[in-house]
Design a protein around this ligand. Structure first.
Ligand SMILES: [Zn+2]
Length: 144
Protein backbone atom coordinates (compact mmCIF):
# COMPACT_ATOMS: atom_id res chain seq x y z
CA UNK A 1 0.00 0.00 0.00
CA UNK A 2 1.39 3.40 -1.00
CA UNK A 3 0.51 6.34 1.17
CA UNK A 4 2.15 9.77 0.88
CA UNK A 5 5.10 8.38 -1.03
CA UNK A 6 5.64 5.65 1.51
CA UNK A 7 5.19 1.90 1.17
CA UNK A 8 5.18 -0.92 3.68
CA UNK A 9 7.40 -3.90 2.93
CA UNK A 10 5.51 -7.21 3.07
CA UNK A 11 8.62 -8.97 4.38
CA UNK A 12 10.08 -6.81 7.18
CA UNK A 13 6.90 -4.78 7.71
CA UNK A 14 8.79 -1.49 7.75
CA UNK A 15 7.33 1.57 6.09
CA UNK A 16 9.87 3.18 3.79
CA UNK A 17 10.31 5.77 1.05
CA UNK A 18 9.32 4.55 -2.44
CA UNK A 19 12.96 4.87 -3.51
CA UNK A 20 13.67 1.96 -1.15
CA UNK A 21 11.66 -0.32 -3.45
CA UNK A 22 12.75 -1.65 -6.86
CA UNK A 23 10.52 -1.69 -9.90
CA UNK A 24 8.46 -4.77 -10.60
CA UNK A 25 7.36 -3.25 -13.89
CA UNK A 26 8.72 0.20 -14.62
CA UNK A 27 6.54 0.87 -17.70
CA UNK A 28 3.41 0.17 -15.65
CA UNK A 29 4.81 2.09 -12.68
CA UNK A 30 4.54 -0.89 -10.35
CA UNK A 31 6.97 -1.40 -7.49
CA UNK A 32 7.94 -4.64 -5.79
CA UNK A 33 6.18 -5.74 -2.63
CA UNK A 34 9.43 -6.12 -0.71
CA UNK A 35 11.99 -3.40 -0.02
CA UNK A 36 15.46 -3.37 -1.62
CA UNK A 37 17.08 -4.55 1.63
CA UNK A 38 14.81 -7.59 1.87
CA UNK A 39 15.15 -8.38 -1.85
CA UNK A 40 18.93 -8.33 -1.81
CA UNK A 41 19.00 -10.38 1.41
CA UNK A 42 16.73 -12.94 -0.26
CA UNK A 43 18.93 -12.98 -3.36
CA UNK A 44 22.07 -13.46 -1.28
CA UNK A 45 20.43 -16.26 0.66
CA UNK A 46 19.30 -17.94 -2.54
CA UNK A 47 22.75 -17.62 -4.09
CA UNK A 48 24.37 -19.04 -0.96
CA UNK A 49 21.94 -21.99 -0.90
CA UNK A 50 22.44 -22.63 -4.63
CA UNK A 51 26.09 -21.84 -5.31
CA UNK A 52 26.07 -23.48 -8.75
CA UNK A 53 23.05 -21.70 -10.14
CA UNK A 54 24.82 -18.36 -10.40
CA UNK A 55 27.93 -20.00 -11.82
CA UNK A 56 25.90 -21.89 -14.42
CA UNK A 57 23.91 -18.80 -15.31
CA UNK A 58 27.10 -16.82 -15.83
CA UNK A 59 28.61 -19.59 -17.94
CA UNK A 60 25.48 -19.91 -20.08
CA UNK A 61 25.18 -16.17 -20.59
CA UNK A 62 28.85 -15.20 -20.66
CA UNK A 63 28.61 -13.45 -24.03
CA UNK A 64 25.44 -11.59 -23.13
CA UNK A 65 26.83 -10.50 -19.77
CA UNK A 66 30.09 -9.35 -21.35
CA UNK A 67 28.12 -7.32 -23.89
CA UNK A 68 25.97 -5.84 -21.13
CA UNK A 69 29.04 -4.89 -19.10
CA UNK A 70 30.63 -3.30 -22.16
CA UNK A 71 27.51 -1.26 -22.87
CA UNK A 72 27.21 -0.24 -19.24
CA UNK A 73 30.85 0.81 -19.19
CA UNK A 74 30.42 2.90 -22.34
CA UNK A 75 27.27 4.57 -21.06
CA UNK A 76 28.74 5.25 -17.63
CA UNK A 77 32.35 5.76 -18.60
CA UNK A 78 33.32 8.32 -15.97
CA UNK A 79 31.55 6.58 -13.13
CA UNK A 80 32.94 3.23 -14.22
CA UNK A 81 36.54 4.48 -14.41
CA UNK A 82 36.24 6.26 -11.09
CA UNK A 83 34.83 3.12 -9.46
CA UNK A 84 37.62 1.03 -10.92
CA UNK A 85 40.32 3.48 -9.74
CA UNK A 86 38.89 3.58 -6.22
CA UNK A 87 38.50 -0.19 -6.11
CA UNK A 88 42.08 -0.80 -7.26
CA UNK A 89 43.46 1.73 -4.78
CA UNK A 90 41.52 0.18 -1.91
CA UNK A 91 42.17 -3.46 -2.85
CA UNK A 92 45.73 -3.47 -4.18
CA UNK A 93 46.64 -6.83 -2.63
CA UNK A 94 43.40 -8.50 -3.62
CA UNK A 95 43.73 -7.32 -7.23
CA UNK A 96 47.33 -8.46 -7.42
CA UNK A 97 46.50 -11.88 -5.96
CA UNK A 98 43.65 -12.31 -8.42
CA UNK A 99 45.85 -11.33 -11.37
CA UNK A 100 48.51 -13.79 -10.26
CA UNK A 101 45.96 -16.56 -9.79
CA UNK A 102 44.43 -15.78 -13.19
CA UNK A 103 47.78 -16.24 -14.92
CA UNK A 104 49.15 -19.13 -12.86
CA UNK A 105 45.95 -21.17 -13.15
CA UNK A 106 46.18 -20.82 -16.92
CA UNK A 107 42.42 -20.71 -17.00
CA UNK A 108 40.55 -21.08 -20.31
CA UNK A 109 39.65 -17.38 -20.44
CA UNK A 110 43.31 -16.43 -20.17
CA UNK A 111 44.32 -18.94 -22.85
CA UNK A 112 41.62 -17.67 -25.21
CA UNK A 113 42.79 -14.10 -24.60
CA UNK A 114 46.39 -15.02 -25.38
CA UNK A 115 45.26 -16.74 -28.56
CA UNK A 116 43.14 -13.76 -29.47
CA UNK A 117 39.95 -15.80 -29.89
CA UNK A 118 36.59 -15.76 -28.11
CA UNK A 119 36.34 -18.26 -25.28
CA UNK A 120 33.56 -20.09 -27.15
CA UNK A 121 36.04 -21.04 -29.90
CA UNK A 122 38.57 -22.50 -27.50
CA UNK A 123 38.49 -26.28 -27.92
CA UNK A 124 39.82 -28.65 -25.28
CA UNK A 125 42.86 -29.50 -27.46
CA UNK A 126 43.64 -25.86 -28.12
CA UNK A 127 43.33 -25.14 -24.42
CA UNK A 128 45.66 -27.99 -23.47
CA UNK A 129 48.17 -26.95 -26.13
CA UNK A 130 48.19 -23.32 -25.00
CA UNK A 131 48.52 -24.38 -21.37
CA UNK A 132 51.54 -26.49 -22.23
CA UNK A 133 53.03 -23.62 -24.17
CA UNK A 134 52.59 -21.30 -21.20
CA UNK A 135 54.18 -23.88 -18.90
CA UNK A 136 57.12 -24.38 -21.24
CA UNK A 137 57.68 -20.64 -21.53
CA UNK A 138 57.53 -20.29 -17.78
CA UNK A 139 60.07 -23.08 -17.27
CA UNK A 140 62.41 -21.54 -19.82
CA UNK A 141 62.06 -18.13 -18.16
CA UNK A 142 62.71 -19.60 -14.70
CA UNK A 143 65.68 -21.62 -15.92
CA UNK A 144 67.28 -18.64 -17.65
ZN1 LIG B 1 11.79 -5.15 3.81
Amino acid sequence: MDTNGLRTCTKCGETKELTEFSWRNKSKGRLKEQCKTCCSAAQRGYAAANPNILKEYRARNADRLAEWRKQYHEKNREHSLEYSRTYHAKNKDKVKARQTAYVTDQNPGYCAKLLGIPLAYLSQELYEAKRLQILIHRHIKEAA
